[in-house]
Write a protein that binds this ligand. Structure first.
Ligand code: ATP
Ligand code: MG
Length: 199
């Protein structure tokens, strides 16, 4: 075996020992709180990817979309055929263009009631609160209610929160926090959002 091969083998052995130790140390089993935040693309995509993963094992999943944005959403159209998936979209057609404080707050609270029901249901394995960070930022929803509902959820249930500028309290209580970093985005180069890629 060459020096190079030997070095590689030693490095791999060391890595394996390290991973084995970590696997042995991870003994706790419970539902998780995940936050996908940051300015880069991929937060909602990652959430739907996890939804697909959970549905793949036959688990029940609830998704709340707090910002409708583009009404079209390819993943939802496909996955909605699964009887284990429940999706609620905020009713007003809230977009960045049509902000009306009174009607947006009412619509937000209406869909939040569905979120609270899902967060209290031990049969639901995963709940996604997509773009909820904006509801907190605009004050349509108060952080205490959100914190309480998430903290008091059934122990086997996992929750995903997505959106930019996640509230500090959500980051603190989360088990896994990923910040999507905006290195570059096609939109800034004048390229339109792409069907099947961006929505
Ligand atoms: P995606 O839904 O693609 O995973 P996201 O959830 O991370 O994106 P949002 O802030 O929710 O990002 O934005 C939704 C839409 O805006 C998507 O069409 C996405 O491609 C686009 N987008 C995301 N990040 C950026 C960015 N940095 N600049 C411009 N457009 C973006
Ligand atoms: Mg998003």
């Amino acid at each position: 075996m060459s020096d190079r091969q030997q070095r590689h083998q030693r490095a791999m052995q060391k890595l394996k020992t390290h991973v084995d130790e970590k696997v042995a140390a991870a003994t706790e089993q419970r539902g998780l709180i995940l936050v996908f935040t940051g300015n880069g693309k991929g937060k909602t995509t990652a959430a739907w990817g996890t939804v697909t993963r959970a549905l793949g094992y036959g688990y029940r999943v609830g998704v709340i979309q707090f910002i409708k944005g583009l009404w079209e959403c390819g993943e939802r159209e496909r996955l909605i055929e699964d009887p284990n998936l429940e999706v609620h979209v905020m009713a007003t057609g809230f977009t960045w263009e049509t902000q009306n404080r009174a009607s947006d707050t009412a619509a937000c609270l209406e869909v939040w009631r569905e979120a609270e029901r899902l967060l209290a249901d031990p049969e639901v394995y995963l709940v996604v609160l997509d773009e909820i960070t904006y509801m907190l930022k605009f004050g349509y929803l108060d952080i205490d209610s959100v914190q309480r509902a998430i903290a008091e959820r059934p122990p086997e249930q996992s929750v995903i929160v997505t959106g930019r500028n996640a509230h500090r309290a959500l980051i603190d209580m989360a088990d896994t926090v990923t910040e999507m970093n905006d290195v570059k985005h096609a939109f800034d180069a004048g390229i339109q959002a792409r069907r099947g890629i961006d929505y």
